[in-house]
Design a protein around this ligand. Structure first.
Ligand code: PA5
Length: 444
């Protein structure tokens, strides 16, 4: 199991256990479906509800894409994209996008920005590829994703022909509503449903995450197994002290109440960069509301020790860190000895790169704790599907509990609509005439 170490959080254990009862209450509310946002609790027992037959169905579709594509573009944004990317990048070769291994399709991403150069360059690159598309949108109407999909669909049909396009375009969307559903049904695309009661940022263990992860060549059954085991390990019947999600949720809330308003999630493995992005969205969208919420940021160490490191060590003391530590890397690389020793690094000759990395991690922890930065540490044995499955469910469960401890609805995101309304008004979207007038008046 993953391990959570809260021995360096710089607050007393009683401040955390003071939240034990509230945390148990939150867990019971989640379990009984009596909490705020209770129409979005489908993620809670999602892992244990996934059947081998469903996994086989996903794998079969993934196989069709793998057999017919050298490149697959995953179109989606926020919860409809970050979970898949987090897992694929954590498990894949760091240079997978540059080195096609002949076994697995290259996975690219679109629909998560509106950068004209990005989309232009992507469509240029795809001209020489046998590509497919997974179009992921729960609402089926998200502008960023819909715009990218319009471009990709046209290009795929023109390049590969309508018949092949129908084979290599897959939709993951709502069962009935939204443009993505209408298009999928009309064009006869293979499609998967995002359950109504699973919000975007909690959807990585639905086809939203599982299909792209399977297409990339990873073992989704092991990922689900990890999540299932964590579902059991964080069940409402597990005592507070033994439930890592409950302890993490209570600890971060105790820190927040102590004036620690910023949480950084830290990795010492570049492959976890997108896992940090996924975490950031999960917690940021779930808790930042009603004028409350810890500000979430994700950093890559030791890279960011040379940028944000100064602020973290000596800036305003409102920050704490949660380190995701990977015990064993997949590969072994030793520093060579050098006769001349011009760089003075012979004291490291024969040592593994990871040994140096681990000392950087330990040294950073000691420095940050000395600097007044509470430190939590989550360690996982290695980066594989099983451990990532555990980690995903661990954070999801903790997020649900934590949001309820904060007394917000962790499962909505009303604030995300504000920019969309203005953007549609500015673009003159039909139905937004009144808003267009109001926005124009403001800008004049
Ligand atoms: O967590 C969320 O609900 C959001 O981040 C959504 O996933 C994101 O806005 C994309 O929405 P959709 O899947 O409807 O395109």
């Amino acid at each position: 199991m993953i391990k959570l170490d809260t021995s360096n959080v710089l607050i007393s254990a009683t401040e955390v256990t003071a939240l034990k009862e509230a945390s148990m209450k939150a867990q019971h509310e989640l379990e009984n479906g009596t909490c705020a946002g209770n129409d979005f609790l489908g993620w809670l027992h999602l892992p244990s509800s996934i059947t081998p037959e469903f996994i086989a169905q996903l794998q079969a579709t993934a196989q069709t894409l793998r057999e017919n594509c050298d490149t697959v573009v995953v179109a989606g944004i926020g919860g409809s994209y970050l979970g898949a990317r987090a897992v694929i990048e954590a498990l894949g070769n760091s240079f997978a996008h540059l080195t096609h291994d002949g076994k697995n399709p290259t996975i690219l991403y679109a629909g998560n920005n509106i950068g004209e150069d990005y989309l232009f360059e992507l469509t240029e690159l795809l001209k020489s590829k046998n590509f497919g598309v997974i179009n992921i949108s729960k609402s089926g109407t998200t502008t960023e994703t819909a715009l990218a999909f319009r471009l990709l669909k046209k290009q795929c049909e023109e390049q590969r022909g309508k018949e092949m396009a129908r084979k290599v375009i897959v939709a993951v969307t709502d069962a009935k509503k939204g443009a993505a559903r209408i298009t999928a049904d009309k064009e006869g695309y293979q499609s998967f449903i995002i359950p109504d009661n699973v919000g975007g940022r909690f959807s990585v263990l639905t086809p939203v995450g599982l299909l792209p992860i399977a297409v990339a060549g990873f073992d989704i059954a092991r990922l689900v197994k990890g999540a299932q085991d964590m579902e059991a390990a964080t069940a409402v019947s597990v005592p507070f002290e033994e439930n890592p999600s409950a302890v993490y949720a209570a600890t971060r809330n105790a820190l927040y109440r102590n004036g620690k308003k910023i949480e950084i999630v830290v990795n010492f493995q570049p492959k976890l960069h997108y896992f940090g992005e996924w975490w950031k969205q999960l917690y940021g969208e779930s808790e930042g509301k009603d004028g409350k919420g810890i500000f979430n940021a994700a950093v890559d160490f030791s890279t960011d020790l040379h940028s944000m490191g100064q602020w973290i060590q000596e800036g305003e003391r409102t920050i704490f860190e949660t380190v995701i530590s990977v015990e064993q890397p997949e590969h072994t690389l030793l520093f060579p000895s050098d006769e001349e020793n011009l760089d003075g690094l012979n004291f490291l000759a024969g040592k593994r790169v990871d040994e140096v990395n681990k000392m950087a991690e330990l040294g950073t922890k000691l420095a940050h704790v000395d600097g007044g930065v509470p430190n939590m540490r989550i360690s996982i044995p290695c980066l594989d599907e099983y451990n990532l499955g555990q980690l995903i469910y661990f954070f999801e469960k903790a997020c649900g509990i934590s949001g309820l401890l904060l007394e917000v609805n962790p499962f909505n995101q009303p604030g995300v609509e504000a920019y969309k309304k203005n953007m549609f008004a500015l673009l003159g979207k039909p139905g937004y005439e009144k808003e267009t007038e109001a926005v124009k008046a403001r800008l004049n």
